[in-house]
Write a protein that binds this ligand. Structure first.
Ligand SMILES: [Fe+2]
Ligand SMILES: [Fe+2]
Length: 369
């Protein structure tokens, strides 16, 4: 398998990225029983580990002209003359690159989550939260592994896009542990859950569906971890300190809504970048998709108590305030249910395969091979 860096179509990408750190690693010498809710999450984190190599059916093929079999209407340029003028071969190339750009951002975000969770293990004061965060570290390593394997199958990968890099940099550089939670467990993982869900529910390709369904099962727990921790912590801060968190949240949400564009992808494909970005902005589907991205973030922000008039005004301006009442517990239950459905499909397929081999063996077919 080639290293993914060899698959980047953009030249001169640095082989590594470093973010300076300045924080205190905290030991908890109480060794108490831990908070009930946190220990419950930790138990779930241990019980629900899975291995991408055997849970995902990697034999499933990707579609040649549309790897994830997403509807063309989901692309902002679909209704434009740019798309209409493309040959079938160019359209296939665009789909492959656009889908690989998105899956690459998932993979790059997963590595960021791995590193943020490791920072939380060191920094968060309570041992029960360290326990849980350590299960998240392992979850994120498995997610990086799974998306890397998927991108190798696609044969194209993209580096982390700049707006995401800006947010990850803030999550890591900030010396306050709760800011890492806020940027990662609330904003980035909240967005990721919605984006994974979009693929799980719209893609027709079974490999893309199940990969995202399995990762979502874990991500729901990660977002719950952020919610449980911050809900308990924020009432202890001063109003001025909470205001600062809200300002950060508003800025981060606008950044991800307005600047999370695949400019480097359009540039690589030789397309008129500004025109394509404009088409994305004017596309009904894309506008709906961008607002749906906040479906998981807004109810959590309200629940952790960062809910002043200012933040509500910002979410109203973004047209996402209606998500405040979303029942995230139910969404999370549905995430688990969907993952279990894919387990059933894979189990049936394996069972069918075992029976086929046994039948071949009985008829002498296996021995003859
Ligand atoms: Fe993850
Ligand atoms: Fe995560």
């Amino acid at each position: 398998m080639p290293s993914l860096r060899e698959l980047y179509p953009i030249p001169d990408i640095d082989p590594c990225w470093t973010v300076p750190q300045d924080f205190e690693a905290a030991f908890d010498w109480n060794y108490d029983d831990g908070r009930k809710q946190m220990m419950h999450l930790y138990q779930k984190g241990k019980d629900m580990q899975w291995d991408a190599l055997d849970r995902i059916d990697w034999d499933l093929a990707i579609h040649e002209e549309n790897p994830m079999e997403m509807p063309d209407e989901s692309m902002g340029i679909f209704h434009t003359p740019i798309w209409q003028k493309m040959s079938n071969k160019e359209k296939a190339e665009f789909r492959r690159h656009a889908q690989s750009w998105m899956m690459s951002q998932f993979m790059q975000g997963e590595q960021a989550a791995l590193i943020c969770a490791a920072k939380i293990v060191q920094q968060v004061p309570d041992l029960d939260a360290k326990f849980y965060a350590s299960t998240q570290v392992m979850d994120e390593a498995r997610h990086v592994e799974a998306y890397k394997k998927y991108l190798s199958k696609l044969g194209v990968a993209y580096p982390m896009t700049k707006p995401l890099q800006t947010l990850v940099d803030q999550a890591l550089r900030d010396s306050r542990w709760d800011m890492t939670y806020l940027a990662m467990q609330v904003v980035i993982e909240g967005l990721a859950l919605a984006a994974f869900g979009n693929i799980r529910d719209m893609a027709k390709n079974p490999l893309a569906q199940q990969l995202n369904a399995y990762v979502m099962e874990d991500e729901s727990r990660h977002v719950a971890f952020g919610r449980v921790t911050l809900k308990e912590y924020y009432p202890h801060l001063t109003q001025a300190e909470r205001d600062e968190r809200e300002e950060f949240l508003v800025e981060a949400c606008y950044l991800m809504r307005d600047r999370f564009e695949a400019r480097e992808l359009y540039q690589h494909l030789g397309l008129p970048v500004d025109q394509v970005v404009e088409a994305q902005e004017n596309s009904e589907f894309q506008r709906h998709f961008k607002s749906m991205l906040f479906q998981r973030i807004v109810p959590i922000v309200r629940d952790v108590g960062l809910w002043s008039d200012k933040i509500q005004a910002a979410y109203t301006d973004m047209g996402v305030i209606g998500f405040a009442d979303v029942d995230y517990e139910q969404l999370s239950e549905n995430d688990n249910k969907r993952a279990a459905e894919f387990d059933d499909i894979n189990k049936q397929k394996r069972q069918g395969y075992v029976e086929e081999v046994a039948a071949l063996g009985a008829s002498g077919g296996v021995a003859a091979e």
